[in-house]
Design a protein around this ligand. Structure first.
Ligand code: GDP
Ligand code: MG
Length: 434
């Protein structure tokens, strides 16, 4: 299945002109992949429409071709679907955990305690689950492993009393996490209890724990908890299983919050900050979308280089190669170079002629150089030229040509002394001359 999405992406990536049919095929296979990963139908439809509309209506930004433009849109819309990463403070705060029984609240409470402890914060947890037998023991066992103090009372039935006492006990503690009870279904007394706990504890954060396998019920759960206590972050647990967690995205959209953490395992260290790219890859069963989109972003990036700083420092062969790579993405080198403020410098015509084949050859040559040579090409004498050419399997002339090109670039840089050189400004001009 995800292979059809891969094919559709590849097809787009191989096109110079993107037509409606190609966009529609891509969107259709994207829909299939998302629905299979349990993403809610409405969310999928909304996403499809945005992608189609943007891909067909928006002008590609200058310097970006159509297919890069479409890939970037697909990626951006997927990231938007994730709701972005929820906010996690590393300061004084109380966090209230909400969710159904079995969703992973208690485990995650301990994982979070560990997370904040590792960030150097003083942490305490309150066990406000007075419903499930053994709840206190479960949490205290987990917390004992990492030396996090826990407040609770396995004989007390009044959760509100425990929270009141616990808040007092942890008055000097920086991060306080409150684990609450959950039940199999959302019962009214559970909801009332968490409303009351919220009023007593006045937590900075109210996080909802969702099992990755929850699927379509996630939306309803999230809506009810959100109405009760205004959820500001979603935690998805059991991502180490087979479920892809697409259902949890409904919780994000219902609560208009973001995903804060991902739980992926039963041990206390199996907690990760949410990363949209990783999540998207998993959701779609493929890993290269980000790379495709990134390439597009790279071309766009405003690589503002302070040329003076570069001249004060050293311009090495490595720097040159990096520059060539960037410039090569932007079009024929000659056109690009002709827009550089070269301070009246004359550049020999053949210096422009750096095709990608030549760049490949330069790379091979550079691979045969030592670090010292790459950092300081001045030291490359005649005998070194021969050694390098033998190592690279090229003629000595090829090595000399590379060195000549390097010196031309170095002089060109000197010619630019004092000017601020911005890729973006350059690209704007490039756009106009096309
Ligand atoms: P609670 O009822 O919401 O407090 O849920 P628990 O924290 O007691 O977790 C229920 C079960 O899910 C336990 O067996 C946990 O070990 C397990 N669990 C929780 N989080 C994860 C996870 O990220 N991965 C896996 N594989 N199991 C988890
Ligand atoms: Mg529990």
């Amino acid at each position: 299945l995800s292979s059809s999405l891969k094919d559709a992406l590849k097809k787009i990536a191989g096109k110079t002109v993107v037509d409606r049919a190609a966009v529609e095929e891509l969107v259709r296979s994207l829909q299939r992949a998302l629905l299979q990963a349990d993403v809610n139908v409405k969310l999928v439809m909304h996403l499809s429409q945005s992608i189609k509309r943007r891909a067909l209506e928006e002008e590609p930004p200058k310097g970006m071709n159509l297919r890069e433009h479409v890939l970037r849109i697909v990626y951006q819309e997927l990231v938007a679907l994730m709701g972005g990463a929820g906010k996690v403070d590393l300061s004084q705060q109380t966090i209230l955990m909400a969710g159904l029984q079995g969703s992973g609240k208690t485990t995650t409470t301990a994982k979070l305690a560990r997370y904040f402890q590792r960030k150097g914060l003083k942490v305490g947890v309150i066990c406000a689950d007075t419903f499930r037998p053994g709840a206190y023991k479960q949490l205290s066992t987990l917390c004992a492993k990492v030396n996090v103090p826990i407040f609770g009372d396995p004989t007390e039935k009044d959760a509100l009393l425990i929270v009141r006492e616990g808040i007092k006990r942890f008055a000097e503690t920086e991060v306080v996490i409150i684990d609450t009870q959950g039940r199999h279904a959302l019962e009214d007394d559970l909801i009332q209890e968490i409303i009351d706990i919220n009023e007593i504890a006045k937590p900075e954060h109210r996080w909802l724990v969702i099992d990755a396998a929850l699927g379509q019920q996630a939306a309803e759960q999230a809506r009810r908890f959100n109405e009760a206590i205004e959820i500001d972050g979603v935690l998805i647990t059991k991502m180490d299983g087979t479920a892809k967690g697409g259902g949890a995205l409904s919780a994000v959209s219902e609560t208009k919050s973001g995903i804060v953490f991902i739980g992926a395992g039963e041990t206390i260290d199996d907690l990760e900050r949410f990363d949209p790219d990783g999540f998207i890859s998993r959701l779609l069963g493929m890993g290269d979308l980000k790379a495709l989109a990134e390439r597009a972003e790279e071309v766009m990036a405003d690589e503002e280089m302070d040329v003076n700083a570069m001249l004060r420092g050293k311009f090495t062969l490595r720097d040159m190669y990096k520059q060539l790579e960037t410039v090569n993405k932007m079009g024929p080198l000659k056109q690009v170079m002709s827009m550089l403020p070269l301070g009246g410098m004359q550049i020999p015509d053949d210096a422009y002629d750096v095709t990608s084949t030549k760049m490949e050859r330069y790379k091979v040559v550079m691979d045969s150089m030592t670090s010292a040579e790459l950092d300081d090409p001045q030291i490359i004498s005649g005998s070194r030229v021969h050694r390098i050419s033998r190592g690279a399997g090229v003629a000595p002339e090829d090595v000399r040509e590379l060195l000549k090109y390097y010196r031309v670039m170095q002089r060109a840089l000197k010619g630019m002394r004092g000017s601020k050189f911005s890729m973006q400004r350059m690209m704007k001009r490039f756009g106009k001359t096309q």
